[in-house]
Design a protein around this ligand. Sequence first.
Ligand code: ADP
Ligand code: MG
Length: 687
Amino acid sequence: MRPEALNPLFAEVQTLEGVGPKLLKPLERLGLARVKDVAYHLPERFVSRRAIADLDDGNEGEQVIVALTPVEHRSPRAGSRGPYRVLAQDSAGNICALTWFGKAAYTAKKLLPVGERRWIAGRLDRYGDMLQIVHPDHIEVESAANMGRLSEPVYGLSEGLTQPRIADFAAQALARLPELPEWIEPGQLERAGWPTWRDALRLAHESTDEKARDRLAYDELLANSLALLLVKAEGRRKRGQALVGDGSLRAKLQLPFALTGAQKRSIAEIEGDMTQEAPMLRLLQGDVGAGKTVVALEAMLIAVEAGKQAALLAPTEILARQHFETLRKMAAPTGAEIALLTGRAKGRERESILMGLLDGSIDILVGTHAIFQDTVSYRDLALVVIDEQHRFGVAQRLALAGKGRRAPHTLAMTATPIPRSLTLAQYGEMDVSRLDELPPGRQAIDTRVIPQERMDEVVEGLARHLAGGQQAYWVCPMVRDSEVADIAAAEARYAALKERFGDDVVLVHGQLRPEIKDANMERFASGQAKLLVATTVIEVGVDVPAATLMVIEQAERFGLAQLHQLRGRVGRGAEKSVCLLLRGGELSETGRARLALMRETQDGFRIAEEDLELRGGGELLGTRQSGEAAFNVASLDQVQRLLPAAHADARLLMERDGGLTSERGEAARLLLYLFERDWGVQLLRGG
Ligand code: ADP
Ligand code: MG
């Protein structure tokens, strides 16, 4: 049971004034379900705006406040997915387009009647030879003096939300913060000169106060370390099953290739762990294409040989299906029974899978998180494999998987090479196997950096590539931190490419209905469609060896780890592969160096280490988009600076008060709940 003191924070967002049913979806997309999520939705940055008399005064890229009078509304042509534009005029007669993508056009219609002057705040940009402001932050009837501060927070948004709205919700959430007892070790608090938790949150919404932000980050790191230590302590208490396979099934595998040395070594390490009674807790790190799947299969066959069951958890429906197909083919000669369970299995089909799991006729289950629902029971689950585990939060899964009397062995797999200095933060104290050797015969991917202006040539090159019978990916740009705009960009690019290449093109992005997304993926995977246009949803795992060209727009906006993963989609077959990184106009020194590094090496571990160096501080440790986020509050720089202290703090607390029953222990429980590491607390209760 959650401590009562936290109830105001865990109240649903609907309890904030002004949050009606219409805003639930947009808030949900930002991960804001509860009041505390809103309080922790910290400004991404602060902007200073300048009030300008007319547009001639403003500079491109500048945040301005200007009075404009709408003269014309332009809807997109019927059926087209173009933006909604309102043309507006300043006092000097200059015209500026106010532009909206998607459903946000509704706002424009209401707030910008033709002929009535309004004060507009936003970023002045150029579109062709017209000035424009995309999704203005404020539209007011009153003069600029009443538009609030000239410096204001900028929050991450999703479609349907505006800056003033979210700022209002944040203010309401902050007003509800309870006073909580201190969980940070007093000496640490004093040395660092940090504010209390409540003050820190309030300060972080008002300014870039470093102490406040550090404190909040430390809280998160402390919660994470504590939870991992609790899981570890629990693991030591709980017995697993020692599994010894007789090799009979593995001997029947007819792999079309010989295992690499790294694969053999990893399998031996896993097999060694599984023969122990203590549950295995192992991470298999291996670059995209390093061959993790077959390692997972061997591990699962060991469990089956020992008369037990194994489950493989994938982060997405697409990946679950792909794993299922691959494993079923590979394992066919062994006679092991493999089934697929996802959220979409219904009725009879689902019933029969559940029966099969219970009576043991299914040996291996592949699926999405549906395989861990309460209604799913196994006869004897002894091994859990978690693919692309960074999407889940490994410790949480471990805790879930450990629900039974006997803890299953766990193998987590990730293609995100993580710098050594961050492994502890992300994975706690797991054992690690590294697939640091690619299967033989892989060709280097020819990587080139090309200015975006040479788009025409790129499309011509693409045309030749497709005409030659090969397939290609086209990854669309990330726009201004907004998923809405990302999708708008992808749809616009798709429309343009479709005009040129017709039905050979399919589109995949996160907002498509799952059936459509799968059908499009399937058309591409089967070779019917030649070109896949996508946002970053193809990032993880998809395997289409015939695709040998990858185009990535505005490559400088992607994280290097993410570029590396994207690039790993090609170079999977025998053909020579090419990756074109299109870059926008002005690149910083670092931006240049980062893209140069991509050109220079394909070693994911090296890219991860050097990216960390290049990025230095400030940048978030993976955004939600890139899926590598382990922390919501702590930045990469903060993780590096603060983790050692937080980890030591957590250890000390566990040594003194492993049951978290002292006054500070009780406060630490609040912290665990606050950061939703309460599975840690639940482990405590179980014991
Ligand atoms: P990932 O580590 O990204 O999950 P996969 O397991 O999907 O990689 O393997 C990528 C491709 O390499 C697959 O087509 C797989 O069959 C092939 N492969 C795996 N191991 C070897 C090997 N030892 N020799 C040759 N090809 C291999
Ligand atoms: Mg894989």
